[in-house]
Design a protein around this ligand. Structure first.
Ligand SMILES: CC(C)(COP(=O)(O)OP(=O)(O)OC[C@H]1O[C@@H](n2cnc3c(N)ncnc32)[C@H](O)[C@@H]1OP(=O)(O)O)[C@@H](O)C(=O)NCCC(=O)NCCS
Length: 175
């Protein structure tokens, strides 16, 4: 249904149109990216996806010729972990149960590195669609970073969720 290709500089403009407000951008990308979103920050991330042992992978999710999704994987060889992040579907593709095939693709890529034993991520506690998608994919809620992220007159909580390789393998066996 979907395929992967490397996210390129030429995709940045398109990706940025998916997030129209600071809240949307923060919910998607976390506090490490500036608002308004900056092209140079994405270019710095793309540069990490280089060489035989990249520290980050930056992917475009394709349906035919169209980029319909995006995600990144932070790779830590010392800890043998894959930190998933910046997961998104383009707005016209949300709310159609496409998060399940998207998560299959993301997890397939993360665990394709045979040394990865754990995939984890942070998600804001009000982001119900994302949390449901991660739970369906087998992720377990480990804990909450309370009042981790001030924005305007609110402070958001973030949940840490993870999936271990043995849980991923079990899930894959069942399918
Ligand atoms: C996160 C994201 C990829 C999920 O994809 P999606 O297309 O919205 O989700 P789906 O249609 O596959 O639905 C997944 C689950 O969430 C539920 N859901 C969808 N929208 C929802 C909403 N607004 N409120 C509550 N639940 C919702 C669905 O019912 C489904 O659960 P179910 O199978 O138990 O019924 C997408 O919402 C997105 O791109 N969001 C913006 C970026 C973002 O927040 N990324 C997460 C960063 S951590």
């Amino acid at each position: 249904m979907f395929s992967l290709r490397r996210f390129e500089k030429s995709d940045i403009r398109d990706l940025f149109t998916w997030f129209e407000t600071e809240r949307e951008a923060l919910q998607w990308a976390g506090a490490a990216l500036s608002w308004p979103l900056r092209r140079s920050e994405l270019i710095d991330l793309i540069k990490q996806h280089r060489g035989p042992e990249p520290t980050r992978e930056v992917w475009a999710v394709m349906r035919g010729e169209d980029m319909i999704g995006h995600f990144q994987i932070g790779l830590n060889r010392r800890l043998r972990t894959a930190g998933l992040g910046r997961i998104a579907l383009a707005p016209p593709f949300r709310g159609q149960s496409l998060s399940a095939p998207l998560m299959n693709l993301i997890l397939g890529q993360a665990f394709s590195h045979d040394w990865v034993h754990r995939a984890d991520l942070l998600v804001y506690s009000h982001n119900h669609a994302a949390i449901r998608a991660y739970e369906h994919a087998g992720f377990v809620h480990e804990g909450t970073r309370r009042e981790s992220t001030p924005i305007g007159d609110e402070i958001w909580n973030s949940h840490m969720m993870s999936l271990l390789r043995r849980e991923f393998d079990k899930r894959t066996e069942r399918e």
